[in-house]
Design a protein around this ligand. Structure first.
Ligand code: SAT
Ligand code: MN
Length: 603
């Protein structure tokens, strides 16, 4: 080890100093760098990455392209563990290994795993530094790519250490790419990672500890995001009486300047980022972005749920993002952006499928190979990403960093459902809304895994891969939240579905036209919407939602109808396949909601 190892830590926090020493003794890096979050640190690391052939400078200002190993392109859910002391506490939807067993397997992997590399210590805050909803984490990593992404996605640096002080609490997040270098060896431009069966994304909720090994990508490696802000935070939130949710947060302003804050949970690939940055098609209405992926919500002194976006950047899916689908995202990535696994044009710009423009040839695909029009492989990986500072979004709300958060008026749940689920339904009350959240699902396409096409894959509250404890207990936590304040102070809950199909085609145009649905939701929050009671909840009357030009009155009627047959089949699936998974952890309130729905449908 060189002298950096001996340089004094820029903190007096004993727990942190001890942990860094312990990890460095185990992983044996060549040197240790404490990150200060400065622009010069970012520039220096990027410069090194370019020198090593890992990053390609782009013509966009201060923007770079990375290409990962073809095996390291997404989160690895089957290698993700909730390692609670008892298996029951991880629940039926998480992988579980007993903590000591998992730790001893991982210690063996971590042993000497940073040889030949630099160990970076990244103090970061999820949420505005000092906000009482925020949490401090410290990530140790041997990947400079991770450090640069963490700079954008979180608040990194010396101010975090100041806030931490000598005795402050932090969540330790240990990460290694799992590829030690031999004497004289270098990565030589090759993305370092370990094979799939050596990858582990492990969470120890009782200890509030994260250990990740073997992957350098996205949610496997940027540990503030899914690992801390959802899995560990959800478990903390249950204990402390708040909520950590996989939700965007948006601010909706009507033509007279009244505003509402809306949070929305959708499974991956259902357009959360697009909804968060939506440009309304109805005149006079405005949507501004508070967050696009995660919401932490706590009750304020006024008894209302207040939400913060714990992140500082967007880690968005690139393919499909265009001036048409999301102009605000396109504007957010004009500079200071890291691109991963997109295609590279001849003039050093980026390109992907669904960008809405023709690429400039010669085009280099995400493998670094020449790509020809008509190839049966996409030029950009379908999970190619951009990492961009949230502050660069033209639609960012002025209060997006308010340490007190924004008061949430409505929460939406949704998934991709070609039939049955109407365009929008409002829950009659909190528990009915919790029922809606608990049955969220997306239709499986023929391409997905080996599951049966046409069946629904349930993803309750869009938290299936992100709930850090037993999902039955998580349902109960939602029920309990509803008892913590008076009903008029709770957000109103809605079920939405932009994805209804007829004859294989989407009926509802989505994107900016979703503002018409948001308008009705706004009016419902004000108590002014036109609505009627139905068997499945409160729904807009036929004239309550203005028609987009592509949609006929007949079509709107169709996607706002109660499909009794479809709902009876839905009910059967929930009763026979979905709810039994949770055994006696399923809250009685949800069984009751299911019975009530059946009675309503049959009466
Ligand atoms: O890779 S991430 O987990 O950060 C993004 C995602 O899969 O939703
Ligand atoms: Mn997400």
């Amino acid at each position: 080890m060189n002298s950096n190892t001996l340089s004094p830590a820029p903190t007096k926090n004993k727990k942190l100093i001890f942990w860094v020493e312990e990890v460095s003794a185990m992983t044996q890096p060549d040197q240790i760098i404490w990150c200060d979050g400065s622009q010069s640190e970012y520039n220096r690391l990027i410069h090194e990455l370019v020198e090593q052939g890992m990053a390609i400078p782009l013509k966009r200002e201060n923007s770079y392209l990375f290409r990962t190993d073809p095996s390291d392109v997404a989160r690895v859910e089957n290698r993700t563990y909730i390692s609670s002391l008892k298996k029951e506490d991880a629940g039926p939807t998480n992988n579980w290994v007993e903590p000591e067993e998992l730790k001893s397997t991982m210690r063996e992997l971590y042993n000497g795993c940073m040889k030949g590399r630099t160990m970076y210590v990244i103090p970061f805050s999820m949420g505005p530094i000092g906000s009482d909803i925020a949490k401090i984490g410290v990530e140790i990593t041997d990947s400079a790519y991770v450090v640069t992404n963490m700079h954008i996605m979180t608040r990194v640096g010396s101010k975090v250490l100041e806030t931490l002080g000598e005795t402050g609490e932090f969540i330790p997040c240990l990460h290694s790419v799992g590829k030690p270098l031999k004497e004289g060896e270098s990565d030589d431009g090759k993305w370092p990672c370990a094979p799939l069966d050596k990858k582990y994304i492990s969470h120890f909720p009782e200890e509030r500890l994260i250990w990740s090994y073997g992957s350098g990508y996205g949610g496997n490696a940027l540990l503030g995001k899914k690992c801390l802000a959802l899995r560990i935070a959800s478990s903390l939130a249950k204990e402390e009486g708040w909520m950590a949710e996989h939700m965007l947060i948006l601010k909706l302003t009507n033509p007279s300047g009244l505003r509402k804050y809306i949070a929305a949970a959708f499974p991956s690939a259902c357009g959360k980022t697009n909804l968060a940055m939506l440009v309304p098609t109805i005149p006079g209405w405005k949507v501004e972005t508070v967050g696009d992926d995660i919401a932490w919500m706590k009750f304020g002194a006024d008894g209302r749920l207040r939400a913060i976006n714990p992140e500082a950047g967007f880690f968005g899916v690139a393919p499909g993002t265009s001036e048409d689908s999301n102009p605000n995202a396109m504007a957010s990535i004009k500079s200071n952006t890291i691109f991963s696994n997109v295609a590279l044009t001849a003039d050093k710009d980026i390109w992907w499928e669904g960008m809405g423009t023709e690429p400039k040839f010669p085009l280099t695909d995400w493998h670094g190979k020449d790509w020809k029009q008509g190839s049966d492989q996409p030029a950009a990986h379908p999970n190619a990403r951009f990492t961009a500072p949230a502050s660069q979004c033209p639609a960012i709300a002025s209060e997006w960093e308010d340490p007190n958060g924004v008061p949430i008026d409505a929460i939406l749940f949704g998934g991709r459902r070609p039939n049955t689920i109407p365009l929008v339904t409002q829950a009659r009350d909190w528990n009915h809304g919790v029922f809606m959240g608990s049955i969220v699902g997306s239709e499986i396409t023929a391409a997905a895994l080996d599951l049966k096409a046409g069946t629904v894959r349930r993803d309750p509250f869009a938290m299936l891969p992100f709930c850090g404890y037993n999902m039955g207990d998580y349902f109960q936590h939602w029920i309990n939240i509803g008892k913590k304040t008076s009903a008029d102070k709770l957000p109103k809950l809605f079920f939405v579905n932009w994805f209804r199909k007829k004859d294989g085609k989407f009926v509802w145009p989505g994107y900016g036209e979703n503002s018409r649905v948001l308008k009705w939701i706004f009016e419902q929050c004000e108590g002014l919407g036109k609505s009627k009671d139905t068997a499945i909840g409160i729904m807009p009357t036929e004239d309550a939602i203005d028609l987009p030009k592509e949609v006929s009155a007949e079509q709107l009627k169709d996607i706002l109808a109660v499909d009794t047959e479809g709902w009876l089949a839905e009910l059967k699936d929930i009763r026979e396949n979905h709810y039994p998974i949770f055994g006696d952890k399923l809250p009685s309130e949800l069984k009751h909601e299911l019975d009530k729905l059946e009675k309503n449908l049959k009466s």
